[in-house]
Write a protein that binds this ligand. Structure first.
Ligand code: UFG
Length: 328
């Protein structure tokens, strides 16, 4: 399979590129390096600089490969903004980058006859669900602009698929964390906001402490419950998803999580068994739903996918990656 990975210098895009190459596929990465890191691109992948909001940046690559006699089989979209609190303060940036970026990319794909797309969506489309476990058919009622922007993208893909004979694989991520076993890549950004990397930075003395946002939620210990999935497991699901839509000429939408919830305090306790974790409680953070856990039955049934790496492996790999960054 020949795959265009848009956003392949970013966290999930780079891990997916590694897994695609390990599975024997050919990868071309397109990235504007706004948040991605050129060093995260697998050495066997070819790289083109480009911005998905500019159609010519995408068509240039699609046409060049087609003219060389080897068009792309599948395109994967990872080039999105994904920080919930940032989306509340800069909603228009989320619509511009996520929605307009995808619209431009879809137009280029349709024009150049690439008819298979794998798209990164999010559990944030469910909002603050009534049921404790989210299934793909559950109501989608986002409570922040990030989730809204991704839901708009999902709907756009469905309409375009119906009109232009496109196959799609929409993957709704829960809380992704951890680093590749090689420690060559991981979540490497200047301003980290997600729980596990922030916790590790507190452990390694890069920041003073971790603040747990809110301990008055309606959960057993009062802190929010999330479903953590290792980035390598998640990346492997993308390989299976792309192979599925290409092989079966069908579409699918699936949750990717572990199927198990941990509260913020439980994550801190699990980490504290491995490393020291200075923390204190702080007020709630805006836009946080109390509880999000995935039903992963659909991905298991359709793709034969099951996560192999547990919370301990997630914590250890992120810690080791961050330690290695300090030694560089
Ligand atoms: N948290 C803290 N302290 C921190 C950082 C986070 O207590 O310093 C808490 C948050 O308040 C939340 C939980 O840890 O309760 C998880 O927060 P993250 O920022 O790590 O992740 P989010 O749940 O906000 O969002 C992530 C992805 C979204 C995805 C969502 C689905 O960024 O794309 O998981 O569960 F939609």
């Amino acid at each position: 399979m020949k795959v265009l990975v848009v956003g392949g210098a970013g966290y999930i895009g780079s891990h997916t590129t590694y897994e695609l190459i390990r599975a024997g596929h050919e990868v071309v990465v397109l990235d504007n390096l706004a948040t991605g890191n050129i060093k995260s691109i697998h050495p066997s992948a070819r790289f083109f600089w480009g911005d998905i909001r500019r159609k010519s940046d995408i068509t240039r690559v699609l046409q060049a490969e087609a003219q060389a006699g080897k068009p792309f089989d599948v395109a994967m979209h990872f080039a999105a903004k994904l920080i919930v609190p940032e989306s509340l303060s800069q909603p228009l940036a989320y619509y511009e980058n996520n929605v307009e970026g995808l619209r431009t990319m879809l137009e280029a794909l349709v024009d150049c006859d690439v008819r298979n797309i794998v798209f990164s969506s999010t559990a944030a489309v469910y909002g603050a669900p009534e049921s404790s476990i989210c299934s793909e058919g559950d109501p989608t009622v986002p409570i922040n602009p990030y989730g809204e922007s991704k839901l708009a993208c999902e709907k756009m893909i469905e309409w375009v698929a119906a009109a232009h004979d496109l196959n799609y694989c929409i993957l709704r991520y829960f809380n992704v964390a951890g680093a590749d076993a090689s420690l060559e890549i991981g979540l490497d950004k200047d301003q980290l906001t997600h729980l596990i990397p922030v916790l590790m930075q507190a452990s390694l003395g890069i920041r003073e402490q971790l603040y747990i946002y809110g301990n008055d939620y309606d959960t057993p210990d009062g802190t929010c419950i999330r479903d953590y999935v290792h980035v390598t497991d998640l990346a492997q699901a993308h390989v299976l998803g792309a192979e599925y839509i290409l092989g079966k000429q069908a579409s699918l939408r699936a949750n990717l999580g572990s199927g198990t919830g941990f509260s913020v305090k439980e994550v801190v306790d699990a980490a504290a068994k491995l490393f020291e974790v200075p923390f204190s409680y702080a007020p709630r953070r805006a836009g946080d739903p109390p509880k999000l856990i995935a039903s992963i039955e659909h991905a298991q049934e359709v793709l034969g996918w099951k996560p192999q790496l547990d919370l301990r492996a997630i914590l250890e790999s992120d810690y080791n990656f961050r330690k290695k960054l300090l030694e560089r």
